[in-house]
Design a protein around this ligand. Structure first.
Ligand code: ZN
Ligand code: FE
Length: 257
């Protein structure tokens, strides 16, 4: 049983991911910022498209869906909570639901905060999570509709996943996120090393996505909000994890790189 993934750069800094069950040939895409590059890759591989999985309603994640559906006949899966502002859904899902891409199953988790109704797809057996604009490489999505409390609850769901899970997030924001992370956590050796790797990848025009959750746990400032040695950096030793997360989110919102 195996799920292969092809990363498709879209628009200026978005990603779509084409998933393929190598046993059955069933193919899905996670998010569709625009149809053209996704259709081009499907054509190149000579694959059809069976499913479109949506993380959230922002146009840079859904604008290509109607065209993809029209050309391929793919069925669309998205959050029941967001049904009113998503393209037509063949299947509306909620937290705890299981969807399948051929022989690979994904659990739907509610990862609200960036938007209310944002979902992520956890392929437990394949050690992959598609996190849209909730957990991002060295970052987390800006809180547009939720509260810091809701976003922190979301991040805790990621922290609870096996740490060998690969995180596929929806944007190439990593280099900028690294500048912020280094600014507040400059003595973190793994972070310094990671920032160098990111720079090298970007110079070569390569994607920094996916990243392993284990590395996010050690370097992503938002996930480090519960780490005592991280709290000390802000003199917040006795503050709650949520208070530290809220502080980091506020600092990032005001950070000028
Ligand atoms: Zn978004
Ligand atoms: Fe986005």
């Amino acid at each position: 049983m195996a799920l292969s993934v092809i990363t498709i750069p879209c628009l200026s800094d978005n990603y779509a991911f084409i998933l393929r069950c190598t046993d059955t040939g069933i193919t899905a895409v996670v998010d569709a910022p625009e149809a053209t590059p996704i259709l081009a890759e499907l054509k190149k591989q000579q694959w059809g498209l069976n499913l479109i999985l949506i993380t959230h309603h922002h146009s840079d994640h859904i604008a290509g869906i109607d065209e993809l559906r029209a050309v391929t006949g793919a069925k669309v899966i998205g959050a029941n909570l967001d049904k009113h502002r998503l393209p037509f859904l063949n299947t509306a899902v909620e937290e705890g639901d299981i969807i399948s891409v051929g022989n690979s199953n994904a659990e739907v988790i509610n990862t609200s905060g960036h938007t209310m109704g944002h979902i992520s797809f956890v392929f437990n057996n394949d050690h992959k999570v598609f996190s849209g604009d909730s957990l991002m490489a060295l970052g987390c999505g800006r809180i547009f509709e939720g509260t810091p409390e809701i976003m922190w609850d979301t991040l805790k769901k990621f922290i609870a996943l096996p740490h060998n899970t690969m995180v596929y997030s929806g944007h190439e924001y990593t280099a900028n996120n690294a500048k912020f992370a280094l600014n507040i956590d400059p003595t973190n050796k793994l972070l310094v090393e990671r920032a160098q790797n990111i720079e090298t990848l970007r110079i070569k025009g390569k994607s920094t996505i996916p990243s392993m959750l284990e590395l996010e746990m050690a370097t992503n400032p938002f996930l480090r909000s519960s780490t005592p040695s991280f709290k000390v950096l802000f003199g917040m030793n006795s503050s709650s994890d949520l208070e530290v997360f809220t502080k980091v989110r506020t600092l990032k919102d005001n950070f000028k790189s």
